[in-house]
Design a binder for this molecule. Structure first.
Ligand code: ADE
Length: 235
């Protein structure tokens, strides 16, 4: 039996989902492909959420399983990120207009870096309406919010050289490790997708210290934004 969800929420880590799942009335827990899916209600909506684990493959497994088993109207990947734009501070938010996979590289064959062969795009677009509602929710909570490209890869970014490369190559505002995979799986399944990230570090030499220091604080901000999003999002 399929439990139909209005909204699906995917976070990489427990700390990014806790405050959201605590606010849910959970009706069902189901383990699929090693991922525990929580299904229930939040702000009057049917919601499914899960902690996928860190990195693109875990995110892809989770997204595909969520789509096939819960048929969500929209999937939002929420959590923390490294900020790449100088105008972003710790706990500010970035809402993705599109996602790139910065570690996808067939450039020796003449392709642009990040090209997803088969679907032939670099930038995976996000759902505009969901993005607008996320931005509005963040701004109502007085969180400074920027929109733009989020760069995803199986790497924790902690140095200025790589950070500058991500900005130069993709005009990316933030870097993380799952959004591009969630968006890719949604794209091929024609499911609406959005990505919300709050800043836990600057992707620079300090990132390895800042990330553990600010991860929880930034996660709490993204969770508050997500609860408002769920309240305000209607298909
Ligand atoms: N998530 C949070 N900070 C990050 C960083 N610096 N690199 C990759 N993913 C992140």
């Amino acid at each position: 039996m399929v439990q139909k969800a209005d909204i699906g929420i995917i976070c990489a880590m427990e700390v990014e989902l806790n405050k959201i799942s605590e606010a849910m009335e959970i009706k069902l827990k189901k383990e699929i492909s090693g991922v525990e899916f929580l299904y229930g209600t939040l702000e009057g909506k049917n919601v499914v959420c899960a902690v996928c684990g860190v990195g693109k493959v875990f995110a892809a497994i989770c997204t595909e399983a969520m789509i096939l088993n819960f048929v969500p109207g929209v999937i939002v990947n929420s959590g923390v990120a490294g900020g790449l734009s100088e105008s972003l501070s710790i706990c500010d938010a970035v809402v993705a207009e599109s996602l790139v996979q910065h570690d996808m590289d067939t450039s020796p064959l003449g392709d642009p870096v990040g090209l997803l062969s088969g679907i032939n795009i670099v930038n995976i677009p996000c759902d505009e309406k969901a993005g607008k509602i996320l931005k509005k929710a963040a701004e109502e909570l007085s969180v400074h919010t920027e929109t733009g490209v989020i760069a995803t890869g199986d790497q924790f970014i902690s140095g200025n050289e790589k950070k500058d490369w991500l900005k130069k190559s993709f005009d990316a505002k933030a870097c993380e490790m799952e959004g591009g995979a969630v968006a890719h799986v949604c794209y091929v399944n024609k499911v609406k997708c959005a990505v919300l990230r709050t800043i836990s570090d600057g992707g620079n030499d300090d990132a390895k210290m800042d990330f553990p220091t600010f991860c929880k604080k930034a996660s709490d901000v993204s969770s508050e934004i997500m609860k408002r999003f769920v309240r305000d999002y209607n298909d």
